[in-house]
Design a protein around this ligand. Structure first.
Ligand code: ZN
Length: 507
């Protein structure tokens, strides 16, 4: 046995962090190339860029599966003299290392090839509204995902293994329990809203030039405390946030001239993601490692959705900048007062398309997909029976008739890409956000008054300290318990919605 095996565990952990950091630098280079591609790259560069990205990603992958990581992990795990943060780091790194190394190389290649043909088949089938043409590819994706699950977690429930990829530690039964409550409450709330007169939002469709919308977005970024020395805003077809390094987190938005709320709320949403990424700081020695990444996709969404919907669509939030917003939008908001604006941007309208859904109906779209994909993966539902199940659930949950599969079960790209277990994160984000916000209100009882006076510093430092700083130190369930004092509970979200929409729709 050589000297190294007797070294203090923190030395081996520092070695692991150094290897891990090298991987993340390649991932950051890849993010720079990807950001440039979406924003400023001339279109003729697309083929060369794909080659550049493929090379950098393969270098990142090589670093991630370095056998030295496996050896160091094995040497550290099970030691009794580890600090809690060291244990947390080993847990995160083990999870990621296993994910990268447990799938045989032939399977990864087979999966990637199948995805590219399946995605092309989906795009064609959606265009032609031809589900039967996509059905064999869907079956194949289900089958490949079952095999993937068996490699990742032999003996476990397949859908649980897939969920774990997106929301570590979650299971089908834990999510089903939470969603059952949510489903019942949301269907009841939607019925109440539908019984009331609809809110008028026609004035939101007046023309507001891109330059004015851009100024509004910048106003929102400043109000929310997004440090422009560590990020920037650009325009893309689909808004996103990307991390180019611990001090370089950029966002994008999309300008629609006859619907300015789209750019403004996208900016607020992405700013929520950016503040999270910029706030992750589990300690100097973990900078640039897996521990300095988000706890999960749903925790990430909790940060964007809290700012966009729970804070950003409230009267208190708009109050300090209302005059400036109205001036920038002029004449679109002439004669519109703040309460009317707030009602309009919170309009609830059940529709066919998930990505266009409002705050109340959104989670119902997600529950529908969770119920279907868990049945597909478990084999309780066959691919050919999916459209009928989809349409029936749309009727039960949203009261909407699906006219064709293009605007029904063929609308999302996820299953064609082989991504099963991803959808629940979208709804869990709302639930985490509402529960965090209730805890924040306990600690800062005058939160709304502070926001209404233009001060979001208290909100930001509360989120920064409790949610952002630890990064991936805790599993999402541990984080919720730690921050709020209780396990995940959908009633925080449904109570928030009931109170808010009761005010807006008058019940
Ligand atoms: Zn988001």
């Amino acid at each position: 046995m050589n000297q190294e095996h007797h070294a203090a565990p923190h030395r081996e952990i520092a070695e692991l962090a150094a290897l891990d950091r090298e991987r993340s630098r390649f991932a950051q280079i890849s993010a720079i190339l990807g950001w440039d591609q979406e924003t400023y790259m001339p279109e003729a560069a697309v083929t060369e860029r794909a080659e550049q990205l493929a090379l950098v990603e393969s270098l990142a992958h090589e670093r991630a599966v370095n056998p030295k990581i496996g050896m160091l992990l094995a040497a550290c795990e099970g030691r009794g003299d580890l600090a809690p943060q060291e244990r947390a780091y080993l847990r995160v790194l083990r999870r990621e290392y296993d994910r990268e190394t447990k799938l045989p190389a032939e399977f990864v290649t087979e999966f990637a090839k199948a995805v590219s043909v399946s995605q092309a088949a989906w795009a064609k089938a959606r265009q032609a509204d031809d589900f039967p043409a996509f059905e064999p590819y869907l079956s194949h994706m289900v089958d490949l995902n079952r095999r993937k699950a068996a490699y990742l977690a032999p003996g476990a429930k397949a859908y649980d293994a897939l969920l774990d990829l997106f929301e570590p530690g979650s299971t089908e039964s834990s999510i089903a329990g939470v969603f059952a409550v949510l489903r019942k409450d949301l269907v009841a709330l939607l019925a109440k809203i539908r019984a009331r007169a609809q809110v008028d939002d026609a004035f939101l469709h007046a023309r507001v030039p891109e330059s004015a919308q851009r100024a509004m977005s910048e106003l929102m970024m400043d109000l929310l405390g997004y440090d422009r020395r560590r990020g920037r805003l650009d325009a893309t077809a689909h808004p996103f946030t990307t991390t180019l390094g611990p001090d370089d987190v950029r966002i994008t938005t999309r300008y629609i001239e006859d619907y300015f709320p789209s750019s403004v709320f996208s900016t607020i949403h992405e700013t929520g993601h950016a503040l999270y990424e910029l706030g992750i700081a589990p300690g100097r020695e973990y900078r640039g490692t897996r521990l300095a990444e988000a706890a999960s996709m749903a925790v990430h969404e909790s940060q964007s959705r809290m700012l966009e919907n729970m804070i950003g669509r409230s009267e208190a939030f708009w109050k300090p900048s209302w005059d400036r917003i109205a001036a920038l939008a002029a004449p679109a908001l002439d004669g519109v007062d703040l309460p009317r604006f707030v009602r309009a941007v919170n309009r609830v309208q059940p529709s066919l398309i998930r990505v266009e859904a409002d705050e109340v109906t959104y989670a119902l779209h997600v529950i529908l997909r969770f119920e279907i994909e868990s049945e597909l993966i478990s084999g309780r539902m066959r691919a050919k029976d999916m459209p009928a199940a989809w349409n029936e659930k749309m009727r039960d949950l949203l009261g909407v008739e699906v006219p064709d599969n293009r605007s029904g079960c063929l609308q999302d790209i996820h299953w064609s890409m082989g991504a099963f277990g991803y959808f629940p994160s979208y709804a869990l984000g709302n639930l985490y956000a509402a529960q965090f916000l209730d805890a924040m209100r306990r600690d800062i009882p005058d939160l709304d008054a502070r926001i209404a006076s233009g001060s979001l510093a208290e909100l930001r430092s509360w989120l920064g300290e409790k949610v952002h700083k630890p990064g991936a130190t805790f599993l999402p369930a541990e984080l919720v318990q730690d921050v709020t004092g209780s396990p995940l509970d959908a009633s925080h979200f449904t109570r928030y919605l009931g109170e808010k929409y009761g005010r807006i729709y008058g019940f």
